[in-house]
Design a protein around this ligand. Structure first.
Ligand code: BGC
Length: 766
């Protein structure tokens, strides 16, 4: 590609253009010209700029626009959806996929692709989970960052979405996500943070919902204070389609571009607000400058030679799909032998469910099913088994399937969730698969001991049959080339290497958000707080169906020599962690090395462990590679609402290396010292136990300590050393929860004024 490094349109030139624009032209620039374009101003050489969905392919609508994928878009290539690409845990792969998407956009004249979508999978029920990456913010942020990197390397923008706390489809345009500060920081903001800071997406799309009472579109705190002031975002913020509720207030909050067009209605409001003095014109100028920066950044780096080679990109989609498949269970049944008689069963063998419904829906130029590929082998048969239009047992289809299974050496059932179960715009009602499919799996596995289930779904399902089948492959919604990838894995031509980016609970009721999902009316309280996904299941020591990070291979890996470059560090330092991984099996394979950190003793409530990094490595049989991670403060920190910042509590931490969150193979203890002292404000309500945590405070409260309610500490000369130690321990235990003001209530013969004077002295310590 003919790349032009840097951007020639300087800020000064853009400002000069803006100075020549009328107020009306500037207001119009702040909203779409139509469904997919920004406004053009021909007399000033400002071109219209096209944006298109996203995230896992190009949904470019030439004719009539809509935001739910109802009308046709151009023929394009459907890559695996976010649920699957996250399972690859492969950043380099996502960079490559991004490069292909960027190239497609260049060829089609699209300036910004609307994705990636990083919303946390809070509940398995969210209808749009298939587009999202993970229950873990690090995975979401890292995979998104890689995709952004790839797309933007082709001088095409991305729009990381939907900012913020948009974790359900029910009432998505009116719901109010009530989330506490720490949870927002550690989970929901964190999914965006790393990608925004590291990869600088050209645009951010705000979500429809409210966050703690204020619409995302109108939320100055998140659109400006966090996104721009803290994270350094310098592109433009656009609304989700129709998310603008109060145009002038939204503009003030930091929402630059309204999409789609408001047919001029909101432009008039902006003009009126400037004229009446309610809105400073400089706010409009700033928004226009941000939009034009991106418009010209794209325009000046157009690649007129770019081609959208659909067949070539289909092959890339297949490569990506290979790494998104997760081998959940394998009791010696996989890989299948190339020449054995195999029965493919289930509608999705011939018509895979490979994408979800809504705005991400791609008009695929071709789709390859597993049956398309396997037919040529000659030893594979196909029986439909079920239809997914309604959940009904079709006796004839069942009988054919059971008969085919009985005759074969092994049966592979392609099952999962029908289209009607997973889509943008509504949530699932339960976590079950259609019962006719569950019944089919049961019946087939009764006649065929070598039964394998291949699943197509964007989010966890219950598997009542998990114990009755020998193999389970989670193929997610693997894009238009998924059939080839699944076939290659089934027959061992490709070694599976995906890992679950989410926990599969045994049943929906186990999920931490179960009690409060989907809220009451518009009010959605995130009552589980930071305990999302494995953070909850681990803390509760619950059994799960398949844990976060789980995924098997056809080879085996051994881990050794976990080491760090230091035993202890300050929170301003970094620590290098290395581990050796060896392929101890007979097949080349890829392993996702997962690093978790556990805070061993903490005064704040924390998860048992949290994923802090991961690396995917490819190893030949017998080969060993050293994997090295670099951990900084953030790896050990929690978000302190006392200082509104990340904080490490001094102490010991375990560094854990795992094959999954429940299969930790190596552990090493390290120590981290904080360089930040949390401020502590004493009041008359402060309990004595907290006062005595600061050794310097003892002198100030020494007279109170003589009182019985605080343990009745005797002056040193009156007690011998041994009895003092005993009485101090006992007294301290009894007295530590007594507030300082207790001295007034419980006969200490002191006044509230005396206590206040002590409090003032204590506060003077800082
Ligand atoms: C979706 C966005 C999408 C937009 C444009 C909205 O309904 O939430 O993800 O990018 O439509 O199609």
């Amino acid at each position: 590609m003919n790349k032009q490094e840097g951007y020639s349109m300087t800020a000064d030139k853009i400002r000069e253009i803006i100075s020549k624009m009328t107020l009306e032209e500037k207001a119009a620039m702040c909203s779409g010209a139509d469904f997919w374009h920004t406004e053009a101003v021909e007399r000033l050489g400002i071109p219209a700029s096209m944006v298109s969905d996203g995230p896992h392919g190009l949904r470019k609508q030439d004719q009539e626009g809509d935001h739910l994928g109802v009308n046709d878009s151009i023929k394009a290539v459907c890559f695996p959806a976010g649920c699957g690409t996250a399972a690859s845990f492969n950043r380099e792969l996502l960079v490559k996929m991004g490069e292909v998407l960027g190239e497609e956009c260049q060829a089609e004249g699209v300036s910004v692709i609307l994705g990636p979508a990083v919303n946390i999978k809070r509940s398995p029920l969210c209808g749009r989970n298939f587009e999202y990456y993970s229950e873990d913010p690090l995975v979401a942020s890292e995979m998104a960052g890689a995709l952004i990197h790839g797309v933007q390397s082709k001088h095409v923008g991305t729009s990381i979405k939907h900012f913020l706390a948009n974790n359900q489809e029910t009432r998505r345009m009116s719901s109010d996500s009530r989330v506490d500060e720490r949870t927002l920081r550690e989970i929901y903001l964190a999914a965006f943070e790393g990608a925004v800071k590291k990869e600088k997406p050209w645009t951010v799309m705000c979500s429809y919902n409210k966050i703690n009472g204020t619409y995302a579109a109108q939320n100055h705190k998140y659109l400006t204070e966090v996104l721009r002031d803290e994270w350094g975002f310098d592109g433009y913020v656009m609304s989700d389609w129709g998310a603008v509720n109060s145009r002038v207030e939204d503009l003030k909050a930091g929402l630059d571009l309204e999409m789609p067009t408001s047919m001029g209605a909101n432009d008039k409001l902006i003009v009126g607000a400037v004229q009446s003095g309610e809105l400073d014109e400089s706010v409009v100028d700033t928004a226009v400058e941000r939009i034009l920066n991106i418009v010209f950044r794209y325009e000046e780096n157009r690649d007129k030679q770019a081609v959208f080679d659909r067949d070539q990109d289909h092959e890339m989609a297949r490569k990506v799909a290979e790494e998104t498949v997760v081998l959940l269970k394998n009791e010696g049944v996989l890989p299948l032998a190339e020449n054995d008689q195999i029965a493919f069963i289930g509608k999705y063998a011939a018509k895979p469910r490979y994408q979800g419904g809504g705005s991400s829906h791609i008009n695929s130029h071709k789709v390859t099913s597993a049956w398309d590929i396997a037919q040529a082998m000659g030893n594979v048969t196909y029986a439909q088994g079920f239809d997914d239009k309604e959940d009904k047992v079709d006796e004839k289809l069942f009988a054919e399937a059971v008969e085919a299974a009985g005759k074969a050496k092994a049966a592979v059932i392609f099952a999962g969730l029908p289209d009607a179960f997973e889509s943008e715009g509504f949530d699932r009602e339960h976590m079950a698969m259609p019962s006719c499919q569950n019944e089919l799996i049961r019946q087939v596995s009764q006649v065929q001991p070598n039964t394998v289930v291949v699943l197509h779904n964007g989010s966890p399902v219950e598997m009542p049959w998990a114990g009755q089948v020998k193999g389970i492959l989670e193929a997610y919604l693997g894009g238009q080339a998924v059939g080839g990838a699944v076939c290659d894995i089934l027959f061992g031509r490709v070694n599976p290497s995906g890992k679950l980016p989410e926990t599969f609970p045994l049943r929906l009721e186990d999920n931490p958000s179960y009690l409060s999902y989907i809220g009451e009316g518009d009010m959605v309280e995130y009552r589980e707080g930071i305990f999302v996904g494995y953070r909850y299941y681990d803390k509760k020591k619950m059994d799960v169906l398949f844990p976060f990070g789980h995924g098997l291979s056809y080879t085996t890996f051994a881990y050794a020599n976990l080491r760090t470059d230091k035993e202890q560090m300050k929170d301003t330092d970094v620590m290098k962690v290395s581990v050796d991984v060896t392929n101890t099996g007979k097949m080349t394979g890829k392993e996702v090395v997962q690093l978790y950190v556990a805070d061993k003793e903490s005064t704040v409530i924390r998860p048992v462990k949290e994923l802090r990094d991961f690396v995917k490595v490819e190893l030949e049989p017998g080969e060993t590679k050293t994997v090295t991670f670099t951990l900084d403060k953030r790896a050990f920190a929690y978000y302190s609402v006392r200082i509104h910042d990340w904080h490490v509590e001094s102490g010991t931490f375990d560094i854990l290396i795992g094959k999954s969150s429940r299969d930790i193979v190596l552990t090493k203890e390290v120590r981290v010292e904080s360089t930040v002292e949390l401020p502590f404000v004493y009041t008359t309500d402060t309990i004595m136990g907290d006062v005595l945590k600061d050794s310097r405070a003892r002198e100030i409260v020494k007279d109170l300590l003589k009182l019985d309610i605080f343990g009745g500490e005797k002056p040193e000369q009156e007690t011998d050393a041994a009895s003092e130690a005993i009485s101090e321990d006992m007294n301290a235990a009894m007295a530590k929860f007594m507030p300082l003001r207790g001295a007034v209530s419980f006969g200490g013969n002191v006044s509230m004024g005396d206590i206040q004077a002590i409090v003032d002295k204590l506060n003077g310590l800082a």
